[in-house]
Ligand binder design. Sequence first.
Ligand code: HEC
Length: 174
Amino acid sequence: MSDHADPTAPEGPAKTPRSMTQTVVLAFLVPLTLLLLVAGYFGAQPRMDAAGDAFEEQAIALRLQPVGRVALADAAPAGGGEPRSGEQVYQAVCSACHAAGTLGAPKFGDKAAWAPRIALGYDTLLNSALKGKNAMPAQGGGVTSDEEIGRAVVYLANAGGGKFAEPPSAAAAN
Ligand code: HEC
């Protein structure tokens, strides 16, 4: 029985499945390899790097932006109507630095920081606020009316222990 070999298929039956297997394996491996290569080339990793660079640039821009930027954007004039109160001007403009002591500004309500300033007198403080002093820009960076600046100086200085009277309103003086 063992001698009985089918002459029509001595190698064929053995060879054909092997080449079939090879064909099937290659049919999977070749496209898979190509896919992996393509995925590696266009894949997520390079794009994440690009996005990371973009975020990094944005982060650097944020760190580099001027401290007073938000305040300057808010510093639009009152619109020709009633002058704002000292507190309103402070909130809109001066708080950008004076709330946290940014750039070395004397902090809101910090009596020790304000005492030597208050001792200079209202006129000197008003002059500093109007014209700027060292890191403080003129008018704190954008208020247009001297009267509003005066009110803000009084509000700020009095919160730090000053006893300045509200400056006379320009409207009342007319
Ligand atoms: C961009 C930051 C910034 C803004 C905005 C700002 N200040 Fe100042 N301010 C400072 C700094 C810094 C100082 C300390 C200056 C110094 O003595 O070197 C200061 C000091 C002052 C002083 C004391 C001046 C003196 O002669 O000692 C007054 C008063 C004052 N600010 C009022 C204001 C008022 C009112 C506003 C809003 C209209 C304002 N500041 C907005 C930064 C700012």
